[in-house]
Design a protein around this ligand. Structure first.
Ligand code: HEC
Length: 93
């Protein structure tokens, strides 16, 4: 089962540098605590694709996201569970 606690640690290691330790973004990447990343607009599959293939800049001006190496699909499922849990806390669902 995807575990938000496991996801939090993985996020800190692999994603926080751009998406922010608190999921609120940084000068290198957008916040994931944002309405455009709600599940109906960016489903869990979008997280798998983003990490595996990277993301061409389309919503923001930060540039492209490169594929993230060393993160398995199971890891991404944990990270997604963490992001969803944090989103729900701020009413993004
Ligand atoms: C080097 C910086 C960087 C890192 C590291 C990074 N991202 Fe991103 N990410 C970005 C940027 C920039 C965008 C925004 C692209 C746009 O839409 O303009 C983005 C977009 C996304 C999106 C939205 C995809 C879409 O379809 O629009 C998801 C989901 C995402 N990142 C998840 C992750 C996860 C999970 C990790 C860690 C495993 C991660 N990112 C690591 C920079 C990064």
């Amino acid at each position: 089962m995807p575990n938000p606690g496991t996801g939090k640690a993985l996020f800190a290691n692999h994603c926080a540098g751009c998406h922010g330790g608190d999921l609120k973004g940084s000068e290198k990447g957008p916040p994931l605590l944002h309405k455009i990343y709600e599940p109906s607009h960016h489903a869990d599959a979008a997280f798998q694709l983003a990490v595996a293939n990277g993301v061409r800049a389309h919503h923001w001006k930060f540039g492209d996201m490169a594929p993230v190496k060393g993160v398995t699909p199971d890891d991404v499922a944990h990270v997604t569970a963490y992001v969803r849990a944090e989103q729900r806390k701020v009413g993004i669902q």
